[in-house]
Design a binder for this molecule. Structure first.
Ligand SMILES: N[C@@H](CCC[C@H](N)C(=O)O)C(=O)O
Length: 292
């Protein structure tokens, strides 16, 4: 396991001894789910006051730790633990599929729980995580992502092209667009235009997807508040739902993203979407913040 110590001055002056007295070390863990990487902080031990600001500073690739955002693990009076998720631009989202699996691994492997099923309080309700354990480690996690809502056909225009997609909310909003050849899509150019499209005043996550010959689904994502990421758990669920609704796939799909594959099952009986995939701890670190 690697260990990293980074000092980032968020405010203050090297010549000011008073401000130096106000520094604090925060332990964090960098984790990824299918390449979607976040900085995880256990706020029961390391309370954080301005996560919106820290997410921007810490997520920066060259001057920070580098990540798609910041995830806070906390206590809850409604569930075993709580999760808050901040994008790299500091905006807070209601739900994060990849982070919920990583939290399952974090809680079990750092001894915060010994239960194979954990409840997680999120801004999008309580989620149940089922930990699949192999040789004492969390191998994969299945998350009950709840019932999708807001499914509607939506036509949008960007870079002189018209696209018709399906909106799906998995607690956070997604627009899923199926295309014949995903390689033709310039995501860096089209993504921000659709994220900020006038029809979506709260902005939106955008997925481009292609049905492959073997029935699996190749998907690339532009995430609201973080840009192109290697994977999006809620986006994978939204893609599977959109594919099933439009007759492109059945109720179970493998969604292949840039950083890995997630298996999504949309239960016909109760309408819940179940997401299964891996979670990886990259390294632990310590970072200094100056509260002045
Ligand atoms: N990567 C996430 C979703 C993170 C939040 C999203 N960018 C939003 O603003 O809604 C996932 O794995 O679900």
């Amino acid at each position: 396991m690697s260990y990293l110590c980074i000092v980032i001055k968020t405010k203050g002056n090297i010549n000011s001894p008073t401000e130096y007295k106000m520094t604090r070390m925060i332990k964090f863990t960098k984790m990824h789910g299918a390449g979607n990487d976040y900085i995880y902080v256990d706020t029961t031990k390391y309370p954080i006051e301005s996560p919106e600001k820290l997410s921007v500073i810490w997520s920066a690739p060259h001057t920070g730790i580098g990540s798609d955002g910041l995830v806070l693990i906390g206590s809850s009076d409604k569930a075993d633990f709580s999760m808050r998720i901040f994008n790299a631009d500091g905006s807070e989202a209601k739900m994060c599929g990849n982070a919920s699996r990583c939290i399952g691994k974090y809680l079990y492997e750092y001894g915060l729980t010994s239960k194979p099923a954990v409840t997680l309080d999120t801004l999008s309700g309580i989620k149940v995580l089922k930990l699949h354990i192999k040789d004492g480690k969390v191998d994969t996690v299945t998350v009950d992502m709840g019932i999708p809502t807001g499914m509607q056909e939506q036509t949008v225009e960007a870079d002189g092209r018209k696209f018709t997609g399906t909106t799906v909310s998995m607690g956070n909003p997604h627009l899923v667009i199926f295309v014949d050849d995903i390689k033709e899509i310039d995501l860096e150019s089209i993504g921000p235009k659709l994220e900020n499209y006038p029809s979506f005043p709260g902005r939106i996550n955008v997925e481009f997807a292609q049905i492959l010959e073997d029935g699996k689904i190749r998907m690339r994502v532009w995430e609201r508040g973080s840009g192109v990421t290697q994977a999006c758990g809620t986006g994978a669920c939204a893609t599977a739902v959109a594919a099933a609704l439009t007759g492109r796939a059945g109720r179970s799909s493998d969604i292949i993203m840039d950083g890995g594959t997630l298996t999504i099952e949309w239960d016909e009986k109760n309408g819940h979407v179940m997401m299964t995939g891996g979670a990886v701890r990259v390294f632990d670190g310590e970072i200094e913040i100056i509260n002045a």
